[in-house]
Design a protein around this ligand. Structure first.
Ligand code: SF4
Ligand code: SF4
Ligand code: SF4
Ligand code: FES
Length: 626
């Protein structure tokens, strides 16, 4: 980008063509107060706090919207400008209810900070306080319209980043407020509770129901990590005080994954699953507390009593990071030599990797690429989470005029924006997709003479035309499709993408680390043959509390290592506590972990020491040597 030179406050500074005056000032460390501006949102020029004087201009201009040009002479810090700014802040305070002492945001409010900065110690104007309503109908956050400064950051974030445009201004004058849909209560509106509007609000107008008034953000430790609650892996900042997570925020509005979903932003704060805190042994049908030492001894005794250690079923969740996958490999594969080793989502990994192997062109693309697509075919995705996916699709539809084809049964957010909704129940989703993919590949036999009943076959025809005409089509498919259609359907997706340069694929897996379990050779590529031989099963599940063992596997002794009580934990003969994903993250270590919970790696190391008779020193030496 071409360089430009401006004179700001008497100094020559450099900027780039396309910058605003504010961009140049920020890049050169020149402070200009802002309120409605937020990096990552389209500048709005609404609050007028960023006004500057420009030589040759007869009025003040907003730096956040004014384009910087070569040779421009700008003043940002004159008495006149600062008096003007102070007056705006005073007007904002007088217009609504800004009694900071009772406000959740006090101490972390951008308006309050500006008032201190401009020495606004008292008001010369009467406070209007129009007594607007407080909307507390949403599950996770409330909106107090009396604290709103009408900066529109929430409106722009919901529109430009989430792609929904739930919010907009309503009414006029000092009765203006941010309304959802047709002035609906937020809890009954089209809001998907992602909470991004709350994150960007500079004042106490939108606040979290669970953590409000409980902490001051400035006293919190902030840790940025990756949310591991679905396969998308959004960057996330955790606000932690006294070992408790009090708030979760998305990172950087310019990142398409900034819009956390309801699960990412709020579930950690609301999660009330009962934690497993001590090992428990089943005696006479009842689970009884025991020590880690007793649990370890029992496992070793059980293993040693087996006729064949190869018949131990060892399953690990794809939610685990690599260091635990590694320890698991050492235990299950290298030491026990078990032939029944797998990850809990092994079926998914097997199908995907097999399909990828047959594909010479790398047809997979990043989820971020969706926003650049002009056609998106979505099949069977989990619509309760994965909000970044929703917003990327919505943005592609709105800003790129992308055609959206949705195959699925459930009513969800895609249905409203789909150009074609192939409405079906989940039992034939994969078959309809196969018919569509064959038609895209030029084979219309089944489209013309369908063997299954579908009420609108013309939709499939239209959908095939849209995909074929697209410059860049992305097929997004979810975990259930893999279960339902197996290798046949998934192979056909990749085969189709291989044949058509305009098609790419985004698979949405169950967990963030699913494919690494495959890389560590944990995922059994052959599948198991004789489950009757399984005598003992060790399931390392962590916080993956939805896993259940298939009915046909009936081990004599079941060990479940899990963070929470779950259906499968309650069936176990031995329960061992486990960490949650937050406790496993190196950076977040020990913040949540209840006292006494042994982490999985240490537990497996202890097992190995007992099993092999090698001391910890020897284990470490071997590891270093390796
Ligand atoms: S929104 Fe800010 S300025 Fe208004 S009362 Fe709350 S802390 Fe004070
Ligand atoms: S929570 Fe999300 S969807 Fe709902 S209004 Fe706010 S930004 Fe929009
Ligand atoms: S609710 Fe917050 S973000 Fe929205 S306009 Fe009001 S002050 Fe700005
Ligand atoms: S920050 Fe520029 S007008 Fe509000």
């Amino acid at each position: 980008m071409k360089e430009i030179i401006l004179k700001i406050d008497g100094k020559e500074v450099k900027g780039k063509e396309g910058d605003t005056i504010l961009d140049v000032c920020k890049a050169n460390g020149i402070y200009i107060p802002t309120l409605c501006y937020l990096e990552g949102l389209t500048p709005y020029g609404g609050c007028r706090l960023c006004v500057v004087e420009i030589e040759g201009e007869k009025k003040l201009h907003t730096a956040c919207t004014y384009p910087a040009k070569n040779g421009l002479i700008v003043k940002t810090n004159t008495e006149m400008l600062n008096n003007y700014r102070k007056k705006i802040i005073e007007l904002l305070f007088a217009e609504k209810n800004h009694y900071c002492m009772f406000c959740e945001k006090s101490g972390n409010c951008e308006l309050q900070e500006l008032a201190y900065k401009f020495k606004l110690y008292n008001l010369s104007l009467p406070m209007l306080n129009p007594k607007l309503h407080v909307d507390a109908t949403g599950k996770y956050f409330a909106i107090d319209h009396n604290r709103c400064v009408l900066c529109s950051r929430c409106i722009r974030a919901c529109d430009e980043i989430v792609g929904l445009h739930v919010l907009d201004f309503s009414e006029r004058g000092n009765r203006t407020f941010v309304a959802a849909d047709f002035k609906d209560p937020i809890g009954n509106s089209s809001c998907i509770e992602c909470g991004l509007c709350m994150q960007v609000c500079p004042t106490g107008a939108i606040f979290d129901k669970v953590s409000s008034y409980k902490f001051n953000v400035n006293e919190c430790q902030k840790i940025t990590t990756v949310c591991q609650q679905c396969s998308i892996g959004c960057p996330i900042t955790l606000f932690i005080k006294d070992g408790k997570i009090l708030r979760c925020e998305g990172v950087d509005l310019r990142n398409p994954k900034v819009q956390l979903c309801r699960v990412g932003r709020f579930d950690i704060l609301y999660r009330n699953n009962i934690r497993i805190l001590t090992p428990m042994i089943r005696k006479n049908g009842k689970l009884k507390k025991c020590s880690i030492e007793e649990a370890l001894t029992l496992i070793i005794d059980k293993i040693n009593s087996l006729t064949n250690k190869k018949n131990i079923l060892c399953l690990i969740s794809g939610i685990y990071p690599n260091n635990i996958l590694e320890a698991f490999v050492k235990f299950a594969i290298e030491t026990l030599g078990s032939i029944y080793v797998d990850s809990t989502d092994g079926y998914w990994c097997r199908v995907i990797s097999q399909s990828l192997r047959t594909s010479p062109r790398n047809v997979e693309c990043q989820i971020e690429d969706i926003q650049k697509a002009d056609c998106i075919l979505i099949v069977d995705v989990n619509f309760k989470v994965q909000n970044p996916l929703h917003s990327l699709v919505r943005k592609a539809a709105r800003f790129n005029n992308a055609k959206v084809i949705f195959i699925g049964s459930a009513e969800n957010h895609f249905v409203n924006i789909a150009d074609i909704w192939i409405k079906t129940d989940s039992s034939i989703e994969n078959r309809l997709l196969e018919i569509l993919l064959n038609a895209i590949n030029g084979d219309e036999k089944e489209l013309k003479h369908p063997k299954i009943t579908y009420e609108k076959p013309e939709d499939l025809h239209l959908a095939a035309n849209l995909v074929n005409k697209a410059k860049h089509c992305i097929i997004v498919y979810g975990e259930n499709l893999v279960k339902l259609g197996g290798t046949k359907t998934v192979n056909l997706i990749y085969e189709t993408a291989r044949k058509h340069d305009n098609i790419n694929v985004v698979p949405l897996g169950p967990y963030l680390n699913s494919m690494d379990a495959q890389r560590f050779k944990i995922v059994n590529n052959l599948g198991f043959t004789n489950y009757n031989e399984v005598e003992l099963a060790y399931l390392l599940l962590g916080d993956d509390d939805s896993f259940i063992l298939p009915k046909f596997i009936e081990p004599n002794f079941l060990i479940v290592q899990s963070a929470y009580y779950s259906k499968i934990a309650m069936m176990a003969d031995l329960i061992i506590p486990a960490t949650t994903w937050l406790e496993r993250d190196e950076k977040v270590k020990n913040l949540e972990k209840p006292h006494g919970i042994i982490d999985e790696k240490s537990f497996i190391t202890k097992l190995l020491i007992k099993l092999t008779g090698n001391s910890l020193d020897e284990q470490i030496k071997r590891e270093v040597k390796k």
